[in-house]
Design a protein. Structure first.
Length: 187
């Protein structure tokens, strides 16, 4: 997607994400962002297969969890970092807006993926992304991102059927110019 920056997206479900331009340091490229989350909202259990994700609470209370572990709380000034391949979720665990700053390293296609996912969720009333959009994005970028809530058989069997039918119906044109997925081989 690549700017112009700052670039803010809103999923219509209580989460706004503002991307800053991609930066570099001695560890390589990273995508900075600020996340504003309404009470009770936040992304479902997910994984960045190739990327480290780090969140620092600027304001509010962030709940976070890894599978099989107890729910944790992070408050203002605290940072939580998830390693590549580490399934996790976070949410606003307080009564006021949660504001976090953070990064994803390397950026790969996280900005494109989340922009399209947020657009689809918003267009679908803020509840969940449209079925074709979710199937397309999660299939195309499966080397980079995954959602735990969708059973593997659905992703392996149902998603390709949904993508094939949706493509025949012309739904794929929403993703014209989609960037190529990052390769797991570099990890």
């Amino acid at each position: 997607m690549a700017g112009p920056y700052p670039c803010t997206i809103d999923n219509g479900a209580g989460e706004r994400l503002t991307f800053s331009e991609v930066r570099s340091d001695e560890q390589g490229e990273y995508q900075e962002a600020t996340n504003s989350v309404s009470p009770g909202s936040g992304p479902p259990m997910h994984v960045h297969h190739l990327q480290e994700e780090s969140l620092t609470v600027e304001r509010g209370t962030m709940g976070w969890q890894r599978p099989g572990e107890d729910e944790q709380i992070a408050r203002s000034g605290e940072t939580v970092t998830f390693a590549p391949g580490e399934m996790h979720r976070f949410w606003n665990a307080g009564d006021d807006e949660l504001v976090c700053t953070g990064y994803v390293r390397p950026p790969d296609n996280v900005e494109y993926f989340l922009t399209k996912l947020f657009e689809s969720t918003r267009a679908n009333g803020g509840k969940r992304p449209r079925m074709f959009d979710a199937a397309y994005l999660l299939s195309r970028y499966r080397s980079e991102l995954g959602l735990a809530a969708i059973p593997p058989p659905v992703q392996r069997v149902v998603f390709p059927v949904v993508v094939a039918i949706g493509s025949l119906l012309g739904l794929r044109k929403r993703f014209a110019g989609a960037p190529e997925p990052a390769s797991r081989s570099r990890a």
